[in-house]
Design a protein around this ligand. Structure first.
Ligand SMILES: *[C@@H]1O[C@H](CO)[C@@H](O)[C@H](O)[C@H]1NC(C)=O
Ligand SMILES: *[C@@H]1O[C@H](CO)[C@@H](O)[C@H](O)[C@H]1NC(C)=O
Length: 322
């Protein structure tokens, strides 16, 4: 591993403790305020159908295009009503709120063949799993400001199984998609939504500043490969709070790394505050219960002893909170 990155990783637990004790009352509140948008549009106005069968990719893309080009002062909320909204990948835009009503599920299509590809990240120089490009995240944002993803416990479901099986059968052609990725973005708030069965990592802010993840549940089966919860990557001011995460890999993994030995772009990660106050047993349990600061960073080489250790830690945590 790169020396500077390693140094940061070693320092992080101390920094986290430092923030934890120095600023016991510090919360993510105010880092990125929840905003009311003066305008609301619904996905149904763009031909969206929440029947779980019809594809809504065009509806989502058209709705975002409308927000981007009408540039309403104060921004626009895109409302997703109850229903199952099957979709392929779509991008967000600045000054928008994506709102998932209670009972709303944004569900990724299982059509992996037509999934769009993107360039590798500059600091990686290749896909995280495989050489070449990488599949775009289901929901993606690049160069954005002031974006809120929220709702009333609506669900973003990656239907990751089809991707996990490709990984197991070694038939992946490129690196799997994240459920949500922001690149070069700032003032992002993710709150009151459930992330489920991501093909790969769930939430990946990279080269970002001011990102808040709170009152969120992130779930995937314990044997699902690489379904990390939140991976703040080469980003600053990322605050994760009161969040329930139960996945197949790391809960929160802080990254500032690359795979090119001579990479010219190393972004430091700083001021990551992970403040966990609840560890419910299912996504309904999002109420603060315990002050519980927890941090886990990724060991560069997966191996059995690591897997066993993580498994044991998870069992301990579950026992403590049962
Ligand atoms: C989404 O944004 C990426 C840039 O990050 C771009 O390459 C891609 O074409 C965009 N996709 C759509 C459907 O607009
Ligand atoms: C396996 O992971 C553990 C950390 O859990 C580490 O100490 C050990 O060196 C690793 N072994 C190998 C062979 O990478």
């Amino acid at each position: 591993m790169e020396n500077r990155a390693l140094g940061l990783l070693i320092l992080l637990p101390f920094l986290l403790n430092f923030f934890g004790t120095l600023a016991a009352e510090e919360t993510c509140s105010g880092t990125v305020p929840m905003r009311r948008r003066p305008e609301t549009i619904s996905i149904t106005e763009f031909g969206g159908v929440g029947d779980g069968r019809r594809l809504n990719t065009r509806a989502f893309r058209n709705a975002v295009y409308r927000i981007q080009h009408l540039r309403k002062r104060g921004g626009t909320m895109l409302y997703v009503p109850p229903g199952v909204w099957l979709t392929g990948n779509f991008n967000l835009t600045s000054h928008m709120t994506l709102y998932l009503a209670r009972g709303a599920v944004i569900k990724a299509t299982k059509d992996t063949w037509s999934w769009p590809l993107m360039d590798p990240l500059p600091s990686y120089g290749r896909g995280r799993e495989l050489p070449g490009g990488r599949y775009a995240s289901l929901i993606h944002g690049n160069g954005l400001r002031d974006v809120i993803i929220t709702g009333d416990k609506g669900v973003i479901d990656g239907q990751g199984e089809v991707w996990w099986n490709m990984w197991r059968q070694r038939s992946l052609r490129y690196t799997r998609p994240h459920l949500l990725e922001f690149m070069h973005s700032s003032d992002i708030l993710i709150s009151n939504v459930v992330f489920k069965n991501s093909p790969f990592w769930n939430i990946h802010p990279v080269y970002c500043n001011n990102v808040v993840v709170r009152y969120v549940a992130i779930v995937a089966p314990h044997d699902s490969p690489n379904t990390d919860g939140v991976d703040p990557d080469s980003s600053s001011n990322v605050c994760i709070e009161d969040t329930f995460i139960s996945t197949g890999d790391d809960l929160v993994a802080i990254k500032s790394r690359h795979h090119r030995p001579q990479a010219d772009r190393l972004h430091p990660v700083f001021r990551i505050l992970h403040r966990k106050r609840s560890f419910g047993r299912n996504p309904e349990h999002l109420r603060p219960e315990h002050e519980h600061l927890q941090h886990r960073h990724r060991h560069p080489h997966q191996n059995q002893s690591r897997q066993r250790r993580i498994h044991k830690e998870r069992q301990d945590i579950r026992r403590q909170h049962a």
